[in-house]
Design a protein around this ligand. Structure first.
Ligand code: HEC
Ligand code: HEC
Ligand code: HEC
Ligand code: HEC
Ligand code: HEC
Ligand code: HEC
Ligand code: HEC
Ligand code: HEC
Ligand code: HEC
Ligand code: HEC
Length: 322
């Protein structure tokens, strides 16, 4: 309805954009759309083995018995190429990932005759990943395209093992997430060794308690909608709302804390009382650093008297003393 509402508007529209695109013509426009679609499809589809046809998993298992045995306990073995498969792709079993096998039988040593995933594979990371994404694009991997790991050519098979997984859940290449991630993020992983740290080495948290390595809409692959939201899902008492808010807490927990670990308890960026003095230099009780015998440097320092530092609901006022 709205579209036909004003003939004069329609007229002016015709003169504008149409005249600009006119020299291109219909064929040109279609070519551009076609090109765009081709690029899209090429980026999304898994690679193929030209001229090869499917031969069925049983043949593969005949020659690769050890490998097939090794993966027997995994979900892939139970669901792909078995009675439980419920799509054509799943029914292909080994060939769902490695592609049609007829040419491979002609020349097993030729790496172009099947899809390979190991370190020596001639395939690009994007092509290897496209194979997995045929079945795993949804859920946690919905934002994989363009994520930091995708953009830096980290392959699914760098973190996951199909044939020799070290963990039951998630089928990881290493026995723990710390071992897995620290191969590339040594500094971050070692922060959990500091004297005050998130209980990751104790096994209470894992990297994926806070990160989704497959991609997120947020910075630093944080699973929650923001860093503060992530912290307060577990530390709900710090969420508020408070009658008396402390501005740096609302702005970001990381104004004062480190996410992984610190040598200043509890996970502080800077030692007390310097922490507070970064921002509060002129108060009614002067805050020169480390005055000898000062009540401000003993025990918990400033929070001896300002314990509700994350916010307070006490009618006595704004100073976080109660
Ligand atoms: C007639 C025996 C035979 C059959 C059947 C067979 N393969 Fe192979 N395959 C081999 C041999 C031998 C090699 C090792 C070639 C080499 O030295 O690189 C191999 C290598 C491979 C590799 C590469 C190993 C690597 O080092 O990266 C993959 C992947 C593979 N086969 C998968 C399959 C799949 C999937 C099927 C079923 C469609 C299958 N094979 C069927 C004999 C077979
Ligand atoms: C879900 C995808 C998937 C399925 C299904 C699958 N593979 Fe693999 N295959 C891989 C990946 C990924 C690798 C790389 C090594 C790894 O991650 O374990 C691999 C490696 C191999 C290798 C090379 C051996 C090595 O250790 O380097 C052979 C041979 C092989 N697969 C054969 C098979 C056979 C036979 C089947 C069916 C019983 C099969 N694959 C089913 C994904 C798959
Ligand atoms: C033909 C479809 C298909 C392909 C291709 C495929 N998978 Fe899977 N995968 C499944 C199914 C089905 C399951 C079991 C149910 C589930 O978790 O979705 C599964 C399970 C998994 C799991 C374990 C999930 C858990 O809950 O612990 C991992 C990890 C995984 N796949 C990784 C991969 C990787 C890496 C590749 C590529 C090398 C791949 N898959 C290729 C179908 C597939
Ligand atoms: C940087 C490492 C890394 C990369 C790259 C990666 N994953 Fe994961 N993936 C993980 C970790 C860690 C888990 C969580 C395992 C757990 O919960 O114990 C996981 C979990 C999974 C699961 C289990 C089910 C789920 O949704 O939680 C599947 C399936 C999976 N990944 C598939 C993939 C596919 C497909 C790719 C490539 C597009 C991929 N992963 C790339 C690290 C990675
Ligand atoms: C308690 C939540 C939490 C846990 C658990 C956690 N992280 Fe983080 N991580 C964060 C937050 C928040 C940031 C962003 C702030 C920062 O850079 O310090 C971050 C940042 C990162 C960064 C990006 C740093 C940069 O400067 O770009 C890496 C890499 C990282 N974490 C790896 C890991 C690894 C590996 C593990 C597991 C061993 C892990 N994280 C466990 C919360 C967490
Ligand atoms: C094979 C190497 C590799 C492994 C293994 C790996 N990463 Fe990464 N990770 C990277 C690269 C490369 C980047 C991009 C760094 C950059 O752009 O500066 C990255 C970036 C990140 C970032 C920062 C994202 C951002 O927005 O800056 C986080 C968080 C992260 N990885 C977490 C993890 C976690 C958690 C694991 C284990 C489950 C893991 N990574 C395993 C290579 C790896
Ligand atoms: C998945 C849950 C979870 C998330 C998310 C989380 N934490 Fe924690 N945090 C914990 C657990 C569990 C402990 C250990 C508590 C204990 O041992 O009593 C802890 C400990 C702490 C401590 C030290 C407490 C002490 O008494 O030593 C601080 C400070 C802290 N977290 C701040 C944060 C900040 C800041 C964030 C956001 C970057 C965050 N947490 C995200 C679960 C979480
Ligand atoms: C202005 C600096 C500052 C900011 C910002 C801040 N904190 Fe704290 N936090 C502290 C101080 C100081 C302590 C130590 C309190 C004590 O010793 O009593 C602490 C202690 C903690 C503790 C451990 C003790 C407890 O009370 O449970 C947790 C958990 C914590 N903070 C979480 C958070 C979260 C979540 C955020 C963001 C919503 C946050 N902090 C923001 C200064 C801050
Ligand atoms: C990142 C800067 C920053 C840090 C670090 C910080 N504060 Fe604050 N603080 C502020 C801001 C901004 C206000 C709000 C001032 C205002 O509203 O005039 C505030 C308000 C206060 C107030 C209430 C005073 C008033 O007039 O509203 C007290 C008390 C206070 N902070 C104590 C502390 C203590 C104790 C610490 C250390 C644990 C600390 N602050 C760390 C920035 C900071
Ligand atoms: C012995 C208890 C005590 C200690 C220790 C203490 N404060 Fe206070 N502080 C107070 C009291 C009480 C008030 C409220 C004054 C009032 O009601 O006028 C106050 C007020 C404040 C205010 C707001 C008023 C102003 O002058 O701007 C700030 C900011 C503040 N303190 C920061 C700090 C910092 C930073 C430290 C550590 C270096 C600290 N306090 C240590 C008791 C203390």
């Amino acid at each position: 309805m709205g579209l036909h509402a004003s003939p004069s508007l329609a007229g002016s529209r015709r003169k504008g954009p149409r005249s600009f695109w006119a020299p291109l013509g219909l064929i040109g426009a279609l070519a551009i759309v076609g090109l765009f679609l081709a690029v899209q499809v090429e980026a999304a589809g898994p690679p193929t083995v030209p001229g090869a046809t499917f031969i069925g998993s049983d043949q593969c298992k005949g020659c690769h018995e050890d490998l097939a045995k090794k993966m027997e306990h995994t979900l892939h073995s139970k669901l792909l190429g078995t009675k439980l498969s419920h799509t054509d792709l799943q029914r292909r079993g080994c060939e769902a990932c490695h592609g049609p096998g007829s040419k491979h039988l002609e020349d097993p040593a030729n790496p172009a005759f099947n899809l390979r995933f190991g370190k020596k594979s001639p395939l690009e990371a994007t092509d290897k990943n496209a194979v997995c994404l045929q079945c795993h694009q949804r859920g946690k991997r919905i934002l994989w395209q363009g994520s930091p790991h995708e953009a830096r050519d980290v392959a699914c098979a760098t973190c996951h093992s199909v044939h020799a997984p070290q963990t039951g859940k998630g089928q990881l290449q290493k026995a723990t997430q710390t071992d897995l991630c620290s191969q590339c993020h040594q500094v971050k992983a070692m922060q959990f060794q500091r004297s005050s740290h998130m209980p990751v080495k104790e096994g209470k948290l894992t990297c994926t308690s806070c990160h989704n390595p497959h991609g997120t809409t947020t910075e630093k692959l944080i699973t929650a909608i923001s860093i503060n939201e992530s912290c307060t899902t577990c530390h709900a008492d710090k969420r508020g709302p408070f009658l008396w808010e402390h501005a740096p807490v609302i702005e970001g927990c990381l104004n004062c804390h480190q996410a992984h670990g610190s040598n200043n308890a509890p996970l502080m960026r800077v030692k007390q009382p310097r922490l507070c003095q970064q921002c509060h230099v002129e108060t009614r009780h002067p805050t020169q650093p480390y005055p000898v015998n000062d009540r401000k440097v003993f025990n918990r320092s400033c929070v001896n008297c300002h314990p509700n530092i994350h916010g307070s609901n006490h009618p006595s006022g704004v100073f976080f003393t109660r």
